[in-house]
Design a protein around this ligand. Structure first.
Ligand SMILES: *Cc1c(COP(=O)(O)O)cnc(C)c1O
Length: 368
């Protein structure tokens, strides 16, 4: 049996007719960039996120970068974020000449530890970027309270969390903006790059729409400097089809996750994901903590089971951030996660039989 970490071919097979006709439609009308499908997606996805506005952009990374630009981040400013995240979260801070201030995680959820945020705030702090890692929301009550107290905007990195909720409220609806990615492997993925920003604030949405078009208004007149970051219509057309299926796909992933929880519960060397009871986890990843993680990964790969490490090096220990001066051992929870985390295959079309095989193989490994 060969099991990939994610199988987009199975997904495509289940929606082929809808996707093909949506793409054909774009080819026929010819409005390839920021066309009618983009407008429709912006309004439907904003509604799904429970925010007033939505702005389509070229990637999740750009969603973060543009959000920081709107928040006025400039050289010398400090931005607090989790050390345990995908590089984009930290990279955009440096890209604007600002200083990333990394914070350790809650070892149970892998999300930023809200108590440490308070300690990281200085007079130079200009934004906080919580990351809803693996599809589970960060502790937003505490994070919002800290941000309010110091009057600092929140920019949510919701790239892995479209549709996840915290106490019934959608990821991306807490901050000044919520940043989403349509990278093909995300729960709502396109057939190429794409991104999206949710916001309740009309002025912010208006500024984002300008900034994604080089800051122009009207066309060819520039009173501010933006970037080129547009969403194309083919992506939006495909994403509109997928958005309709998203709630049922989330449920299927959750069912898969429960099945893993049961299958893996009696393996002492493995810790299954911890979910706070007020969180709706969308399982972008199903990530276990495993003893002898690297050897287990090699063993699973040798048995044709796809699995990945998200992420092997926390941001504070990345070579490019050496200049920030963080020492090894300074963020023990994230460092331990980087040594033990392993994400198993999870997608709506995964079968019971495949999961049984994966669990059996893990048991076999620890018996040997
Ligand atoms: C995917 C991802 C991004 C970046 O999105 P792209 O569309 O690949 O630019 C940012 N943050 C996190 C946590 C991600 O998983």
């Amino acid at each position: 049996m060969k099991i990939p970490p994610l199988d987009l071919k199975r997904q495509y097979a289940s929606i082929k007719n809808e996707i093909d006709s949506a793409i054909q439609n774009v080819l026929n009308h010819g409005g390839f960039v920021l066309g009618p499908e983009v407008k429709e997606l912006e309004s439907k996805l904003a509604e799904y996120c429970n925010t007033k506005n939505g702005v389509g952009v070229a990637s999740g990374t750009d969603a973060l970068l543009l959000s920081l630009m709107v928040a006025g981040i400039k050289p010398g400013d400090e931005v607090i974020t989790s050390t345990f995240t995908f590089f984009a979260t930290a990279g955009v801070i440096s890209r604007l000449g600002a200083k990333p201030v990394f914070v350790d995680i809650d070892p149970d959820t892998f999300n930023i530890d809200p108590e440490l945020i308070e300690k990281a705030v200085t007079p130079k702090t200009r934004a906080i970027i919580p990351v809803h890692l693996y599809g589970q929301s960060a502790e937003m009550d505490e994070i919002v309270a800290a941000a309010k107290k110091h009057d600092i905007p929140i920019i949510e990195d919701a790239a892995q969390a479209v549709g996840s909720t915290y106490k019934g409220k959608k990821a991306g609806s807490f901050g000044l903006t919520g940043c989403f990615s349509f990278y093909p492997t995300k729960n709502l993925g396109g057939y190429g790059d794409g991104g999206f920003i949710s916001t309740d604030d009309d002025e912010t949405a208006d500024l984002l729409r300008r900034l994604r078009l080089h800051g122009a208004r009207p066309k060819y007149f520039h009173s501010i400097i933006g970037i080129n970051s547009r969403l194309d219509s083919m992506q939006a057309a495909a994403l509109l089809v997928k958005l309709k299926h998203l709630p049922e796909w989330h449920e299927a992933r959750r069912t898969r996750a429960r099945h893993y929880d049961n299958l893996l519960s009696d393996i002492d060397q493995v810790k299954t994901p911890f979910v706070r009871d007020y969180n709706y986890h969308i399982y972008h990843q199903y990530t276990i903590l495993a003893e002898k993680r690297d050897a287990l990964k090699e063993y699973l790969k040798s048995k044709d089971i796809g699995c990945e490490i998200y992420y092997p090096v926390p941001m504070h220990l990345q070579e490019c951030f050496k200049y920030l001066g963080y020492a090894k051992g300074s963020m023990p929870a994230a460092e331990k996660a980087s040594e033990m985390a392993l994400s198993l295959p999870i997608f709506p079309e995964l079968t019971d039989r495949e999961q049984d095989y994966i669990a059996e193989t893990i048991k076999e490994f620890y018996k040997a």
